[in-house]
Design a protein around this ligand. Structure first.
Ligand code: HEM
Length: 135
């Protein structure tokens, strides 16, 4: 991956310091962007907020360790296939993730981070959706 893993880790540490607000912002952005996705999720989102943050944290911590990251993403992708997630869903989710990272990064956000996070998310989405097709 042509990104600097340490920059992603540092940025995620900065963003993640805002705790569950990060997940709340992400889903508010996603459901404003794509209201039709709301019904795919449970009415009560507290648990989802926690598991999303835990998964993102796991992904970022192993971003420079493909032997750990790829199996994790493939399993996640297969489960998402069972949730009814299809390839087209990855675009809006990526846009909301980028918007969330930008928001909580504040003045630290810059074009390089935007480019690196976009590249990293594209790989995550590719591995998850390819595993879904293979399952
Ligand atoms: C970076 C990409 C993503 C990450 C890290 C992520 C993370 C998670 C996690 C950790 C869960 C809990 C269940 C499990 O672990 O299997 C989950 C559930 C779910 N995710 Fe994702 N997800 C991602 C992308 C997406 C996309 C693109 C969609 C499409 C709308 C989506 C929709 C869902 C749905 C519908 C559930 C099940 C909710 C429920 O019924 O409990 N996710 N996600």
């Amino acid at each position: 991956m042509c990104v600097d893993p340490q920059k992603l880790k540092d940025n995620f540490a900065l963003v993640g310091a805002n705790g569950l607000d990060v997940a709340e912002y992400f889903y508010a952005d996603l459901f404003a962007r794509e209201p039709g996705l709301r019904t795919m999720f449970p009415a009560a989102m507290a648990k989802q907020h926690e598991v999303l943050l835990a998964a993102l944290s796991q992904i970022v911590s192993s971003v420079d360790d493909p032997d750990a990251l790829v199996p994790f993403l493939r399993d996640l992708g297969r489960r998402h296939h069972e949730f009814g997630v299809v390839g087209d869903h990855y675009g809006p989710v990526g846009a909301s993730l980028l918007a969330t990272l930008a928001y909580f990064s504040g003045p630290e956000w810059n074009e390089e981070l935007e480019r690196d996070w976009t590249a990293a998310y594209e790989i995550v989405a590719k591995v998850m959706s390819e595993a879904a097709v293979a399952s």
